[in-house]
Design a protein around this ligand. Structure first.
Ligand code: COA
Length: 410
């Protein structure tokens, strides 16, 4: 809550932050005026369609009728456009704000590329193009791209991958001898809903190990190039693109079934969800239309989603419409997992930690391999084990021989 009764507010000033089960959104004032009534206290549950605040407008010097002043939570009113990140105003000119408003875009979802993260007209147009599926070419800064760094061997950082994941030690939480009960809210509430629905799906599990030795080296080479273009290149864009290339051959894995399992809908778009561990809890934004994106475009979009995710500002568009999911739990640790499908999707993959392990090469010699395990879950009502295994083999072959992806990239 950023205001109290009696406070003066101007248009676009923050009023409060609303945490829905999908996203956290800052509600801002549409009016210049004085806060006359707040309908909720901090941490209370606000109801969709009910008033949140009364603002006495300067013009009327009268409390406007409830209909005029009602601000409702973002869950029901996605048309709110004057969003701000964690109470800090988003920087944008009135013309850009108008453009965002006219196109129903929340400024909080747009990553500003101007000075001090100011949102520019191009940012809105780029965002709009993404939403409509028209993928614009990335707009790299006009800089000279340096040649590939000469490295004959896998860099040290990559060699030791897996053994160096830092283990952050958080403060122990002590309840001083008393139990503590609290309401399940926010992202946790979403998790209750989704996972309860997932219980109805008979899950089929399939695991394999992937040798990422070549990919680890390739990524080390490409990372500085992406960095020059302002994008952090992790492994996820490769995992995501390889999955999309595989889905082109096994579209049943990028489908949904209706409640009574009467109809299967094969999705045209590969909107690949990425499980994200945030301060607010687990959230799964998705990268839209991966089938027409380059690895770099996926990396760039993932950077945007990670920035918004860590600010708790992912919007509904980013969080809905997913068709297939990958969960890289390996950034935290572990080898195998038992991922749970996010309905209405029908498949999900969990990736374990990349570890340096001894393996045999074709000549029977032991070498230091970069090994990662994958655990797939699929809806066994419509997907059989053989299909899942074939898809996994194809995904694996792209990642074990990343150059082979080039043949199929559009
Ligand atoms: N094993 C070992 N290291 C890994 C790895 C893996 N499987 N995946 C990524 N890494 C490395 C990255 O290369 C990076 O190292 P670098 O800084 O040397 O380049 C580092 O871990 C951090 O990666 P990150 O910046 O987090 O990017 P990412 O794209 O790999 O991961 C997310 C992004 C969103 C997947 C990750 O942050 C996350 O939240 N993971 C947890 C997902 C989760 O909770 N799943 C469970 C759902 S129930």
């Amino acid at each position: 809550m950023y205001v109290k009764e009696g406070d003066s507010v101007s248009q676009f000033d923050s009023i409060c932050e609303v945490q829905s089960d999908k996203a956290s959104v800052t509600i801002t004032s549409r009016y210049d005026g004085i806060i006359r009534k707040l309908y909720y206290n901090l941490d209370e549950i606000a109801y969709v369609g009910k008033p949140l605040v009364d603002i006495e407008t300067d013009a009327l010097k009268d409390v406007a009728s409830e209909e005029d002043v009602v601000e409702t939570p973002a869950v029901s009113h996605e048309e709110h456009t004057h969003q701000e990140i964690k109470g800090h105003k988003t920087l944008a000119t009135p013309a850009v704000r108008r453009l965002a408003m006219e196109n129903n875009i929340k400024l909080s979802e747009v990553v500003g590329t101007g000075k001090d993260n100011r949102i520019l007209k191009e940012d809105i147009l780029n965002y709009l193009a993404k939403q409509t599926g028209a993928i614009l070419p990335p707009s790299p800064k006009p800089e000279i791209i340096p040649p590939l760094p000469k490295s004959e061997t896998v860099p040290a950082a990559a060699k030791d991958r897996g053994t160096k994941i830092p283990i952050p030690i958080s403060k122990p939480i002590v309840f001083a001898g008393k139990d503590k009960t609290e309401a399940v809210t926010g992202f946790h509430k979403a998790m209750v809903k989704t996972m309860t629905a997932a219980l109805k799906i008979p899950h089929f599990g399939y695991c394999d190990e992937i040798d990422l030795t070549q990919l680890v080296q390739l990524r080390e080479e490409l990372k500085p190039l992406a960095q020059v273009r302002g994008v952090k290149l992790s492994f996820m864009p490769f995992f995501i693109k390889a999955a999309s290339l595989g889905l082109l051959h096994y579209p049943i894995l990028n489908a949904s079934v209706d409640e009574n399992c009467q109809n299967i809908t094969y999705k045209a778009s590969h909107n690949i969800g990425v499980a994200m561990d945030t301060e607010q809890g687990l959230t799964v934004p998705n990268v839209k239309n991966v089938q027409v994106c380059s690895v770099f475009e996926i990396a760039s979009e993932l950077n945007r989603l990670l920035t918004l995710g860590s600010a708790g500002q992912l919007g509904t568009n980013d969080l809905t419409g997913g068709t297939f999911t990958l969960s890289n739990i390996g950034t935290i640790g572990g080898t195998y997992a038992k991922p749970v499908i996010l309905p209405p999707e029908v498949a999900i993959g969990a990736l374990g930690k990349i570890q340096v392990l001894p393996r045999f090469n074709g000549n029977g010699e032991v070498f230091k391999a970069q090994i990662m395990n994958v655990s797939w879950s699929a809806d066994h009502r419509i997907i059989d084990g053989a299909t899942m295994a074939r898809f996994s083999n194809l995904w694996k072959s792209y990642l074990e021989n990343p150059a082979s992806m080039l043949l199929d990239l559009k």
